[in-house]
Design a protein around this ligand. Structure first.
Ligand code: C2E
Ligand code: CA
Ligand code: CA
Length: 375
């Protein structure tokens, strides 16, 4: 692995020069509204190496942190993100903040604030456009210097998200005195809360404390409907994770932006279901949905089916047992109520990104895109 590390270090300059680094975006959603609303994105770097293929930042970031290269890489990522935010604003007319990761190493750069301010000037952005994620352990390891830098950034209008909370041993009463604008719970913290036996008490306590000092809580690594609905019910504000989407390249991220723009435009809350929708106006919305259950209808199903690559998409079909008898015995309104309950159960048990459809009177179909062998 030393040879591997050496190979990565030697390849760094060429990688920057030849743009082998690329930025993926992962959406974060406000989960308290009836349907989750896109609130921001996180920029996550990827290294598409010419001979080694895609390398995860978990491998090379710690390496570059130990020799200072991370500063150069981070600045590259921040510039890319700034250019992307600007592009979305001008080309799509959408302003969604993007959070970038700020390594602890960056925090010792005396010109850090000046760098960010220059960046805003160069791309015509404001401090609200870029959120800064700083890992909890940076606060606890060298708190005075870090807190000083954080204070400078915050007085210039930047919002700070404390990343990886739950790994850095900051005490709960310390949170209230730290200069932060959001608390991002670490994935392991979430995972252990939902592990066998499911102990969400710690999650509740942290969320309550954060709420009492008016700091929103972001849950990272949310993968299942159970996690998402539990977090929502205990007051978590924002969620991010595979349940919604993996980090994706720009072109695959843009549908999330367009969808938000459309949702902002469609005012009628009655027409909203709790699943992901892609529609362009109220009329198209109606044409694609079953008015009884709010699920997609057959024509939407038919359309989606042709949109997905068959290799990574799963299809699930279900028919409601005993529906005809129920309808004959109890009447149509009881049968309809039953159909609505089935729709609710379906919505709660699939991912946000799955397409749940009612394709015939008593038949349902779910399209599950992006199913990979690791899921
Ligand atoms: P992080 O900042 O805690 O980012 C979250 C990591 O969790 C990302 O890994 C993301 O892809 C992954 N993730 C998100 N949702 C889920 C989920 O539902 N399940 C699972 N299993 N994983 C999920 P990634 O992209 O590999 O990044 C790893 C770490 O590398 C990041 O952890 C961050 O510390 C660092 N990193 C990534 N990009 C940058 C960068 O541009 N600069 C710096 N300094 N660090 C970066
Ligand atoms: Ca992060
Ligand atoms: Ca983390």
């Amino acid at each position: 692995s030393e040879i591997y590390a050496e190979q990565l270090l030697e390849g760094f300059d060429a990688a920057i020069r030849e743009k082998q680094f690329t930025v993926y975006y992962q959406p974060k959603f406000s989960v308290q509204p009836d349907i989750p609303v896109l609130s921001s994105a996180e920029a996550l770097v990827r290294w598409i190496h010419p001979t080694l293929g895609m390398i995860s930042p978990g491998v090379f970031i710690p390496l570059f942190e130990s020799n200072g290269l991370v500063e150069q890489l981070d600045q590259f990522v921040w510039r890319e993100a700034a250019a992307q935010i600007k592009d979305w604003k001008t080309r799509l007319g959408i302003a969604v903040p993007v959070s970038v990761n700020v390594s602890r190493v960056d925090m010792y750069n005396p010109d850090l604030l000046a760098y960010f301010q220059n960046l805003l000037n160069n791309y015509g952005l404001t401090a609200q456009d870029i959120l800064l994620e700083i890992t909890e352990s940076a606060y606890t390891q060298d708190s005075i210097q870090i807190i000083d830098t954080v204070n400078q950034l915050r007085s210039a209008g930047f919002q700070i998200e404390m990343d990886d909370f739950g790994t850095g041993y900051s005490s709960l009463n310390m949170i209230s005195s730290l200069p932060i604008d959001a608390l991002k719970l670490d994935m392991q913290f979430i995972r252990s809360a939902f592990k066998n036996g499911k102990n969400i008490r710690m999650l509740e306590i942290v969320i309550d404390i954060a709420a009492s000092i008016s700091v929103p809580v972001i849950a990272e690594g949310v993968e299942t409907a159970e996690q998402m609905f539990t977090l929502k019910s205990i007051g978590c504000n924002i969620a991010q994770g595979y349940y919604f989407s993996k980090p994706v390249p720009v072109d695959q991220f843009e549908p999330f932006l367009l969808e938000k723009k459309n949702c902002d435009m469609v005012q009628s809350p009655a027409g909203r279901s709790s699943q992901r929708k892609i529609y362009h106006d109220k009329h198209t919305y109606d044409a694609m949905h079953d008015p009884l259950t709010g699920l997609y209808n057959y024509s939407a199903f038919d359309m989606f089916l042709h949109d997905f690559d068959t290799e990574h998409t799963a299809l699930l079909l279900a028919e409601m047992n005993g529906y005809d008898e129920l309808k004959a015995l109890e009447g149509i309104s009881v049968a309809n109520q039953m159909l609505r309950s089935v729709a609710v159960v379906l919505k709660e048990n699939f991912r946000f990104s799955d397409f749940i459809c009612r394709i015939r009177e008593k038949e349902f179909a779910v399209i599950l895109p992006r199913i990979h062998s690791d899921q």
